[in-house]
Design a protein around this ligand. Structure first.
Ligand code: SAM
Length: 277
């Protein structure tokens, strides 16, 4: 038998200073059991607290907000080809696959992508009826090209790249704005991909405005959010004679289907990227 005091102590999780925890997990009873959930062959499927470079192994609130919007406006995604950037566990892609035709669910890192692919397989019962196909692929915002080396796991075939550029009309990303260099890389990726698409496309971006106390400002600030808003403005101001980007916030007043806290700091943005004819 476990001593109740000892049991309580075991429930107390100590996070190392370099680990980050998605708020989605706060107030969950028996947190200890969620720290690492292993599948039948001993591989982790979901981790509660991760080092910053492994944040994709947790589900973030922005993914729930985006998924709620997809469930609410499934007409906008029906039979579409969709590209998700920084998909993490793949939850938004899995929900999209209940209505869309093809979803390129992308992120970086072989172990993360393998976890994502297992999640996709585990949820095939949800997506089977809609008939959507999810392709888990590597797409690194810090690289200009998609990897086509067949020896590299999660690389792209030439047919998939052609399909991506010929048919994608929706791009989406949830909670990917937490580091200014990565935000710049992601906006460059959006610019590059939209310029290569055959059709106009709509981009959905969710973000949680996180407030932090910084010694530099000696105040509460939201630097990552401010940098995101700055990057959005720059995109809208862009005049390259090829594309125009029209940006608008989507009010987060749509119904909530999933269980999470719809805090007021959660935002969803829509960008219409259209070629100038
Ligand atoms: C906070 S997590 C969000 C994951 C998921 N979208 C969600 O909301 O649950 C940020 C994601 O961005 C991905 N990411 C970070 N740097 C990246 C890069 N250079 N290229 C592609 N994805 C990257 C991470 O691996 C991680 O999955």
């Amino acid at each position: 038998m476990v001593d109740p005091e000892e049991e309580e102590a075991m429930e107390e999780i100590t996070f190392k200073s370099d680990t980050v925890l998605s708020d989605v997990h706060l107030n969950i009873p028996n947190k200890r059991h969620l720290m690492v959930r292993l599948n039948a062959v001993g591989q982790p499927e979901h981790t509660m607290a991760t080092p910053l470079e492994d944040v994709g192994k947790q589900v973030w609130r922005g993914a729930f907000l985006l998924a709620d919007y997809i469930l609410f406006r499934c007409d906008l995604f029906k039979s579409c080809t969709v590209l998700e950037l920084g998909a993490g566990t793949g939850i938004s892609s899995i929900i999209t696959a209940t209505v869309a035709k093809t979803i390129y669910c992308t992120d970086v890192g072989e172990d993360l992508l393998a976890m994502c692919e297992r999640n996709v397989a585990l949820n095939r019962n949800l997506t089977a009826t809609g008939g959507g196909v999810i392709k888990v692929k590597e797409l690194d915002w810090l690289k200009d090209d998609l990897c086509t080396d067949p020896q590299v796991p999660f690389s792209w075939s030439e047919e998939e790249i052609s399909d991506l550029y010929a048919h994608t009309t929706v791009i989406m990303a949830a909670d990917v704005f937490y580091d200014d260099d990565l935000t710049d890389a992601l906006f460059k990726t959006l610019y590059r991909i939209t310029h290569n698409l055959k059709n106009a496309c709509t981009i959905y971006l969710s973000i949680e405005k996180r407030l932090n106390f910084t010694l530099r400002h000696f105040d509460i600030t939201c630097e990552a959010y401010n940098h995101f808003r700055f990057s959005l403005n720059e995109l809208e101001k862009l005049r390259d004679g090829k594309m125009k980007f029209i940006i608008e916030p989507i009010e987060a007043t749509f119904p909530q289907f999933l269980v999470y806290e719809r805090i007021e700091q959660l935002e969803l943005w829509k960008i219409v990227a259209a070629p100038i004819s």
